[in-house]
Design a protein around this ligand. Structure first.
Ligand code: UDX
Ligand code: ADP
Length: 469
């Protein structure tokens, strides 16, 4: 902002996991662009303005500190933000609908639509509107219709710019993206708006990684990327069930498979199931869309990815029940990790939620530990008050427990003193490693009965007990 007035003013509506980090990186990379992030939630905004950011994301504090107060601002004044901005990113939440038609499947677009109407009412100059939230295909068209209603025609140009960042690596993903995707209309206004956004990203992203497409391809690519990634995990998890029956080892199988350069070796870790705010929601959006167009076979195919994920989570609980002598009633069970993956405090769709609730149904006493996600865990399990305790210290959590279920692959769980943990637990002691993170042989030597995912169990029982439930 050399002369004190920025060339471009960006507004982002929605200061969540996507909006916050994305805008912080844009502001850090483009000091001459004024970036304002607004939200209806005043506590969230207060935290963005404090030293304790509302989300945990490695490296984010430094990026926010660099730009905040210089060209990055967090505010609750949405209307002023809209009036001032040239480019408005919309990054409000789009959860799966819980009511009416499409409940449990389609995206709930009420937040998006409210925002679109608010933009239309407040804007008195032309605006470029950028869809950042994951949205069902053709949302841009619906939005355009809202914007164009009445005498507002042609003042708004809608772009689709889906975000591909993964939580826990958001800053790096934003600073070094595999690609940036921008969808626009082929009209001159669409192309002009698209080029403005390309120029912003081109400050730090090589131009050959900035893809421009039509708007529908851009919207669909986001759903398909997440569907492919989730499908890969469900494929591995499905095979992990077969490995447990046949004494094959899923880590050996995925290593062999992943060395095929056509497949690649990343994203092949068997787990207790995938979580996160995107995978399930985006697949269900895809399924809903296919059914809407009468493509039932295609819909069934993709729905299978979610079915396998549910099966994997249920299988984990059923195995615990079977191995622990078919009753968990009154038994103290410790969950190592509650976040949906390591390096985040986010628990949305975490397999931990499902597993905790199922174990409570079995009348187990739970103790949950996680370095970042206990605040969210308490909210997620609010209905189970009295049945769950929380502690940040894994040693305290495991003391007196009969079993540890490892839900999140926090690296620190690999280097705990398991001798000490074993001594503090009730015997026989069980470890169900839902991430294949731990040294199973060593745990077995210490005395644990060890149940990994997709590889033979290591127990101290006679053979008939070794059979999987
Ligand atoms: C995902 C996409 O990766 C990202 O591009 C998109 O923008 C948003 O959705 P995210 O949900 O943050 O990102 O995390 P991701 O790393 O993809 O993991 C999703 C889930 O899959 C987690 O629960 C993770 O533990 C699980 N997972 C991942 C596995 O079980 N095995 C793996 O090999 C990889
Ligand atoms: P995501 O992971 O997609 O970023 P989040 O739930 O983390 O989703 O963030 C979405 C944010 O959008 C929340 O902070 C929520 O308060 C905000 N939000 C929802 N509706 C509106 C609205 N109409 N105006 C401004 N902010 C909104």
């Amino acid at each position: 902002m050399s002369d004190g007035s920025p060339d471009t003013r960006i507004l982002c509506i929605g200061a969540g996991y996507v909006g916050g980090p994305t805008m912080a990186v844009i502001a850090a990379k483009c000091p001459d662009v004024k970036v304002t992030v607004v939200d209806i939630n005043p506590e969230r905004i207060a935290r963005w303005n404090s030293d304790r950011l509302p989300i945990y994301e490695p490296g984010l504090d430094g990026v926010v500190r660099e730009a905040r107060g210089r060209n990055l601002f967090f505010s609750t004044d949405i209307e002023a933000g809209i009036r001032e901005a040239d480019i408005i990113f919309v990054s409000v939440n789009t959860p799966t609908k819980t009511f009416g038609t499409g409940a449990g499947m389609a995206a709930d677009l009420q937040y998006w639509e409210k925002t679109a109407r608010q933009i239309r009412e407040c804007a008195d100059t032309p605006k470029v509107i950028v869809e950042k939230s994951t949205l069902p295909v053709k949302t841009a068209q619906a939005m355009k219709r809202i914007f164009d209603a009445g005498d507002h025609e042609n003042r708004f140009t809608v772009l689709s710019n889906p975000e591909f960042l993964a939580e826990g690596t958001a800053v790096n993903d934003l600073e070094n993206p595999d690609r940036v995707l921008i969808g626009s209309d082929e009209t001159s206004a669409g192309i002009h708006a698209r080029d403005r956004l390309v120029d912003i990203y081109a400050r730090w992203v090589p131009r050959d990684r900035i893809l421009t497409t039509n708007i529908w391809s851009s919207e669909l690519s986001k759903l398909v990327s997440n569907a492919f990634l989730a499908q890969r995990i469900s494929s591995v998890n499905a095979i992990s069930a077969l490995c447990e029956k046949t004494d094959a080892d899923i880590t050996e199988v995925t290593r062999a498979v992943g060395m095929d350069s056509r497949l690649g070796n990343r994203f092949l870790n068997a787990s207790v199931g995938f979580g996160g705010s995107c995978f399930k929601k985006d697949i269900l959006n895809l399924v809903y869309l296919c059914r809407f167009y009468g493509l039932n076979e295609v819909a069934d195919y993709w729905e299978g990815v979610v079915h396998i994920n549910n099966y994997q989570k249920e299988r984990f609980v059923v195995n615990m029940l079977g191995q622990m002598f078919h009753t968990l009633s009154g038994k103290r069970i410790c969950l190592f990790g509650f976040a949906f993956k390591a390096h985040t405090g986010d628990t949305r769709e975490s397999p931990g939620i499902f597993i905790a609730k199922r174990l409570i149904e079995e009348q187990a006493e739970l103790i949950v530990t996680d370095p970042q996600a206990l605040e969210s865990a308490r909210r997620d399990l609010a209905d189970a008050e009295g049945r769950v305790q929380y502690t940040e210290d894994p040693y305290t959590a495991a003391a007196g427990a009969e079993a540890i279920a490892l839900i999140t692959e926090w690296p620190e769980y690999a280097s705990l003193d398991y001798e000490r943990i074993f001594q503090s637990m009730v015997h026989p002691s069980f470890i169900f490693d839902g991430r294949n993170l731990l040294d199973h042989r060593r745990l077995h030597e210490i005395g644990f009965n060890v149940f990994p995912i997709g590889m033979p169990a290591l127990t101290h029982f006679h053979e008939e007990h070794d059979m999987r439930a």
